[in-house]
Write a protein that binds this ligand. Structure first.
Ligand code: GLU
Length: 268
């Protein structure tokens, strides 16, 4: 019985190997210098990009026009131009929680959505060289009389699930000896609501994202820590695409176009 099992396992393994040899890996040998992943996008004639729709100036859906616009949309169009020769993108709304799974499922080719590059995430996705650097910041009620992270000792901080914020604040709080607790939410509007209702004393995420939630009753503290370098993410294995993205970013940096885009959106 044991022998039969071993023979069967070997046969299955061999069959798997043969099947493996026949199938085409995502980035097969380039044909005419174009990798299979880039060719697939050219064949579709459109670049599918996951972007934020609730981060003004980065990726934001204008409620009056219904158009998604911002610095990261411009960047997506520049990458499309490089690959397709024309600005032809199709955007899908993502959150910190959904952007990885949407890449995994192939629903989007790229994620350009305030996605911080870090070592852990690099194990799951290809990340481009950084195109923008932000910092983790703190939004509080003006009436709360909180001036810095130290004043949040013993208080609750609202953060987004799957975001880098919690770890970054914890590290900084440990450094200065402040004891803070966290409440995690799926979306940013939920954190703002929690701040307004007093469920949390602070809403923390990257400064760029917080700007979209600043109003007359709130203020963003001067503290800014844990530099957040944003990169364009693609699926592991789509190395031709990752290369095209990096080349686009390098070109934009070299020509000064990236700085112009940053100035255009006033996000320095
Ligand atoms: N940039 C941070 C991150 O990647 C904040 C979360 C977000 O981008 O929504 O985790």
């Amino acid at each position: 019985m044991k022998k039969v099992g071993i023979v069967l396992t070997s046969l299955l393994l061999m069959a798997g190997l043969v099947a493996g040899c026949g199938s085409t890996p995502p980035t097969a040998t380039p044909t005419n210098g174009v990798s299979a992943d880039v060719k697939a996008i050219k064949d579709k004639g459109v670049l599918k990009v996951g972007t934020k729709v609730d981060v003004p100036k980065f990726g934001y859906k204008d409620p009056t026009t219904g158009k998604v616009e911002g610095f990261e949309i411009d960047l997506a169009n520049a990458i499309s131009k490089k690959i397709l020769g024309t600005e032809k993108i199709e955007t899908s709304a993502v959150t910190a929680k959904t952007r990885g799974p949407l890449l995994d499922s192939g629903d989007v080719d790229l994620v350009i959505a305030t996605f911080t590059v870090n070592e852990e995430r690099k194990k799951s996705y290809n990340f481009s060289d950084p195109y923008f650097t932000d910092g983790v910041r703190l939004l509080v009620k003006k009436s709360a009389n909180i001036k810095s992270l130290k004043d949040l000792d013993g208080k609750k901080i609202g953060v987004a699930q799957a975001a880098t914020s919690k770890k970054a604040i914890q590290e900084q709080a440990d450094k200065i000896g402040a004891k803070v607790t966290f409440l995690e939410f799926a979306t940013y509007p939920e954190i703002k609501t929690a701040l307004d209702s007093g469920r949390v004393d602070c809403f923390s995420v990257d400064g760029a994202i917080l700007l979209g939630y600043l109003d007359d009753s709130t203020t963003i503290l001067a503290d800014s820590f844990s530099p957040q370098e944003y990169g364009v993410a693609s699926k592991k294995g789509n190395d031709g695409l990752a290369k095209a993205v990096n080349e686009t970013i390098a070109d934009l940096k070299k020509s000064g176009e990236l700085d112009k885009m940053i100035q255009k959106w006033g996000i320095k």
